[in-house]
Write a protein that binds this ligand. Sequence first.
Ligand SMILES: NC(=O)c1ccc[n+]([C@@H]2O[C@H](COP(=O)([O-])OP(=O)(O)OC[C@H]3O[C@@H](n4cnc5c(N)ncnc54)[C@H](O)[C@@H]3O)[C@@H](O)[C@H]2O)c1
Length: 320
Amino acid sequence: MKIFITGFAGFIGFHAAHEFLRRGWEVVGIDNFCDYYDVKLKRDRTALLEGQRGFTARELDIGDLEGLRGAFAAENPDVVLNLAAQPGVRYSIDHPFVYEKTNLAGFLNVLECCRHAAKVPKLVFASSSSVYGGNKKMPFEESDKVDTPISLYAATKKANELMAHTYSHLYKMQTIGLRFFTVYGAWYRPDMALSLFADAMLHGRPIKVFNHGDMLRDFTYVDDIVDGIVRVVEAQDLPLYDIFNIGNHRSEKLLDVINVLAESLGVEPNMEMLPMQPGDVYATYASIEKLNKAVGYEPKTTIREGIPVFAKWYKEYHGL
Ligand SMILES: NC(=O)c1ccc[n+]([C@@H]2O[C@H](COP(=O)([O-])OP(=O)(O)OC[C@H]3O[C@@H](n4cnc5c(N)ncnc54)[C@H](O)[C@@H]3O)[C@@H](O)[C@H]2O)c1
């Protein structure tokens, strides 16, 4: 079986590619190596995948329809895992058009290539917990109304869910969306809070804590996310279209997370308390019952187990 992983050089794509190769899949990775964050980190992840049996990398932008068509025609994948996206809630405030290009036009290209492929692949794509916007009812369930996103990033992810539904309905292709809840682990993104905190703490700077630390996040360890992705990709009996939360089902207080991180890094945190940032949500908390019932998904990793793995990798990678 052959899987296309778009965004393979990214944080989640890299871990997913490893796991699919380990399970004997052929993996074709697509990435445009954009410079939203340090491209060296993307190249270093890629170097660990290249040379593994069954892996091919293609440097390609999903916004390039002709290039993407060529890749589909040459490779005929059984499954497409679309992780390529412009991520980031805060970045979408100052850089709206890159979200249009990758998350909307790029995603439409992926749908079109799947639709016109000689053998129509199953499409599994990344959505986000951010589609829940400022919803107050916890935990977030897939049946909750998600019509009030509070960032452009969230709006594009919600749009992906709607676009995929349309293609499933019109062309009978299988599309499954996964709403990821704050994923973390080794080889992490440098723009995420844990990385920013680690960098500041290890360099003796105060960490910026928004909403004065009064925030709750469902932190999901990347191996648990990959386990959920694999279960969805390999499941034979899922409906033509569906959406699932994929989180840890524990909503952690930001200050507890900071303390576990500081302990794992062996430093004392120095906090600069700041007000809420525009586009940020107060709390995320995933109901994972639906994914559990569908494919037996059960996350195993607590922040006390997962954060030390991230901290160890962070110090080693940065030579600190
Ligand atoms: N990490 C999280 O906590 C989280 C939470 C919710 C949703 N998600 C979603 O999961 C997916 C993966 O996220 P991640 O954390 O690994 O992010 P990431 O930025 O590390 O990975 C995304 C990859 O996509 C590539 N990419 C961007 N634009 C592209 C384009 N036009 N064509 C081809 N490749 C392109 C980037 O170079 C990058 O390597 C994204 O869709 C993201 O929105 C992530």
